[in-house]
Ligand binder design. Sequence first.
Ligand code: DGT
Ligand code: CA
Ligand code: CA
Ligand code: ZN
Length: 584
Amino acid sequence: MKPSNESVVAMLRQLVAYTQLEDGQSQSFRTRAYEKAIDAIVGTSGEVADMSPSELKAIPGVGDSTAQKIHEYVQKGSVSKVDRLKERFPATMLELMKIPGLGPKTVLALQEQLNVVDVAGLEQAIESESLRSLPGLGKKSEEKIALSIKLLGIHSEETRTPIFDAMRVAKRVINDLQRTDAVDQIAYAGSLRRLSETIGDIDILVTSSSQADVISAFTSLRGVTAVLASGSTKASVVIDDGIQVDLRVVAEEEFGAALMYFTGSKGHNIELRQRALDRRLTLNEYSLSEIDRGAVVAARTEQAIYAVLELPWITPELREGVGEVAAAEDGLLPKPVTASMLKGDLHVHTDWSGDGRSTLDEMLAATVERGHEYVAITDHAENLAISGLSRERVLEERDAIAEARKRYPELTILHGAELNIAPDGSVDYDAEFLELFEFTVASIHTYFDLSNEAQTKRLVAAIANPAVNVIGHPSGRKIGSRPGVRFDIEAVAQAAASHGTALEINCHLQRLDLSATNLRKAMAVEGVMFAVSTDAHHTSEFANVEWGMAQARKGGVPISRILNSLPKSEFTAWIGKNGSTSAR
Ligand code: DGT
Ligand code: CA
Ligand code: CA
Ligand code: ZN
C-alpha cells in the first residue's frame, strides 16, 4: 500500500525531531528545509506517493535531498537516516524535548553525560540534583523543569497523548486505511471525538465487506511498531512507538450504535442505558432493542437512537456524563455551532512578521475561498523580539493592505496587529500609534509564571485598553508542553463583558484556549463575546476552524456569543462600540 501524504508528512516530522537531536539545536538549515517541505506537501493536492523525484522537486518548497528521502520512504517504507537516528536516540527522548526548558541541546547532554533518556530518568536526575550539573543549567532551571513536570502532569508511567499529536496520528491512519478498497465507512470515536485535551488511545470504527482485509491492512500500516492484538473484527496496534490505536470492524446497519458506544464517555453511556431501560429497551454497542422481543428499534445512526430515547442528538464534545443528558431533555443545550457559520477570521498572520509562512495574498485568497466576508490581518507587534513589526514596517504593511483591497473587493480586510501583553498589562507602541490599527488582538507571549493575582490584573488591564478588541489565546497554554498562565476566569470574563473586548477561542489543537472548563465559566457571565480564530501562520491552518468550533461546542457556546459569526455590518458595529476602531 502506498503511503498517504499524511504518512509522508509524519516521516518528515520525525526527521525534523531526530535532526534536532542530532544537531543539538532546534533550528538548522536542514530542519528548515524539512519544515518547508511539510508546508508544501500539506498544501499540495497531488498524491506525493505517485510522484517521481523530479516531480517532487518541482513542488515549490521541496528541495533535492528532501525529495530523495520522500522517494526512499515511498519505495522502501522507511528512510535509512531515520532508522540510523532511531538506533541512536530512543523515542522517549523526543518526549523529553517537549518539556519546557529542555531543548534538543539539553536532551542530548542528558543522554551523553547522565545516560538519561526518559521521564523516569529525568525525575531521578532532578531528585539527585545532577540535572543542574549540565552545561547551561543550574539550580534555578532544575527547579523550573521540576515544576513543569508537575504542572503538566507528566509521569513516567503516564502515557496520555496531547490531542494535537493524537489527532494527527488518527487522521493519518484513517487516510491510509481509506486507500484500501476494503474500507467503506470510517470514523474515529472515543476521547478524540469528544475533543478531550489528552488521549489515552485512539478508537477507530470501520464498516467493510471484507473484514480480514481491513484487519491485515491495519496491522501492517506504516509506522506500526507493535501489534498488541489481532482478531477477526478488532485489532490494536502501537504507532510510532507512542500511541495505541484500537480498530473495530462493525456491521453497517449497526454503525450508529457502535459509534455512540465507543464515543462514550462511559458516564454518558451509563445514563443513556438507564434511559433505555426506563422505556423497556436495551442499549449496547450493537443496537437499541426491545427487552421483551429483542426487536431492533434503532442502530444505524446516532440520531435515530437519541430520537427513540426522546432526546435531541447530543454533540460528542458534550458527552461527558456531567448533566448533558438532563440539559438535553430540558431543551437547554445550545444548537451545535459549526465552522460554516463563521463569517470571518480575526487572528491571521502573514510573512510580514517573521513567523508567518504564507504571503498576504495567499492568506487573503484562502480567506475568500472559505467564503468569509471579513478578515483581520494581525501580524506580531514590535515587542515580540523575533518576529514583531517595527513602526516603519507597520506603516508599510498598511499600504500593502490598502493595495490588496483593490484585488479583493468582496472582502473587508482589517489592518490589525497581535499586541503583546507586558507583565503590567500594557501593550506595544503608544496610544497614538495604536489608533492607526483597525482591529487588534492582545496576547500573552512572555512571563507565564506570575501569580494568579498578577496575571488576572495583567489580563484585565489589557481588556480595559480601548485599543484592544480581543484577548488572544488567553492562557497561553500549549497542551502537554506549557501549562499557561493561571488567572481568575470570572474576573476576566466580567471585565471582557463590560469593556466590549472579546475572548478568543484559539482553534489550534495545541492551544484550544480558552479551555472548555474556562469557556463554561465565562459563559455564565452575561454579555461576554468569543472570537473563534485560527491564528493561522500558513494557509493550511485555516482548516483548524473545525477544532475551534468543536471547542465552542464543548464549552456550550451558542452562535449568538460568537463575534465572528456576525454579518459584517453587525460585526463592525460591535467593534465600533469599543471606541477604538475606524473599521471600514
Ligand atoms: P481514553 O482512551 O482514555 O482517552 O478515553 P476513551 O473515552 O476513549 O476510553 P476507551 O478508549 O477506554 O473507550 C472508548 C469508549 O468505549 C469509552 O468512551 C466508552 C466505551 N467503553 C469502553 N469501555 C466501557 C465500559 O466498560 N462500559 C461502558 N459503558 N462503555 C465503555
Ligand atoms: Ca480511547
Ligand atoms: Ca480504546
Ligand atoms: Zn498569533
